[in-house]
Ligand binder design. Sequence first.
Ligand code: PMP
Ligand code: GLU
Length: 395
Amino acid sequence: MIFSKKAEQISPSITLDITSRAKEMKADGIDVIIFGAGEPDFDTHENIQNAAIEAIRGGCTKYTKASGIDELKTAICEKFRRDNNLIYNKSQIIISTGAKQCIANVFQSILNPGDEVILSKPYWVSYPELIKLSDGVPVYAAANEENDFKYTSEALNEVLTPKTKAILINSPNNPVGAVYSRSELLFIANFAKANDLIIISDEIYEKFIYDDFKYTSIANLNNDSYNRTIIIHGVSKTYSMTGWRIGYAAGNEKIIKLMSNIQSHTTANPNSIAQYAAVEALNGNQTSVKLMVKEFKIRRDYIVKKINTSSTLSCTKPTGAFYIMVNISKMFGKIIDGTKINNSIDFAKVLLNKEKVAVIPGDGFGVSNYVRLSYATSMENIKEGIKRLMDFSQY
Ligand code: PMP
Ligand code: GLU
C-alpha cells in the first residue's frame, strides 16, 4: 500500500524523540542525565494552576471560538503593548495548541507549492518539516559560530531567489541562543522590505535573555516591519507551561484570518481550561519569571566555564534561550567502545550508552559538529552531567 509521499518525507522531532527515549531509560531505573528537550524544570506557578482549577469548576469546559477566547486575546494585546510597545487589536491575534501549531498554521496560510522560506542554519528542528508539509521549500542561510550564529548579508543574498516568500527569525534562538540587536534586526527588516518578504518572528524565548541585553521585536522597528511580520509566541517557556499547549500569533489581519479558518477545521480551539490559565499567566504577578531567568543565568555560566576547560570541547556564551551548542569537532576520529565518532549522532549515541548522558545531536539542527545541551534542568543534574561529559571528552 502506498501512503502519503509528503508524510513519508517527514522525520520525527529529534528533540522529543531522544528526550522520550532517555525518560524511558530513567523509568527503567537507569541513572540518565537528560540535557534533552527544552522545557523549564520548574512547576507551573500556583496562581496559574488555581486559575485552571477555577476554570474547570466554573464550567469553562466547552468549545470556545476556534481562534481562542476574547479574555486571552485581550491579555495578549496588553502583553504586546506593555512589553514591546506594539499595538494589536483582537482581530490580529490567534491562539493555538502551542506555538508549534501557530507556525504550522502560518506556513499553510502563506505558502504555495515551491515557495521558499529562508531559515538560519543551525535551525530549530520543526521549521523545515512544517514548511515541507505546506508544500514549501526550506532554504538555509549559514549562521556560523564566527558570526555569532547570526544571519549575514552575504548568506542571505546567496539563498535569495525569485521564489523566496518569507524569512524566519528566531531571536533568542533555539538551538544557538543568539539574540539579535536592534541594528541587526533593521538589516533583516530592510532585506525583507527590499525583496517583499513576509517576516515570521518566533519570539517564544523573549524572556530568556541574560547580561542585561535589551530585547527588540523586529515588528516594532518601523511601520513596514510591523505590517510584514507575523509574531509567534506562547506561554510554554515563559511560564513553564509546556504541557498546557497554548501558543499565540499576532500580525496581519488577513493572514490571521486564514490561520483561524485552517485551525477551525484541524483542531478548533486550543484547550479551554489552559486558555483561562494563560490569562492568569500573562496578567498575573511576573516575579516567578524573573526568578527562573536568574537561575538559568547561573546554570549557563557554570556550563560555559566548565566546557571551555576541555581540550576537545568548546562553546560560546549564548545571550538568550536555555541552550548551549557544544562544538565536538575535535572528538571526530576517536574510537570509543568500538564506535568511531564521525558526527554528532555517533557522539550522542556513544555518550548515552557509556556515560548515560542524553544530548541532542546537531544533525537535527542541520549541523554535524555540535551537540545541543538544554540547561532547563536542575543544577544538581547539570553538575553531574557535565562531569560525565568532561570524562567522556577525555577518551
Ligand atoms: N519555537 C521554538 C523555537 C521552540 O523551541 C519551541 C519549543 N517547542 C516552539 C516554537 C514551540 O513551542 P510550543 O510548546 O508552544 O509549541
Ligand atoms: N522546543 C523544545 C526543543 O527544541 C521542545 C521540543 C520540541 O518541541 O521539538 O527541545
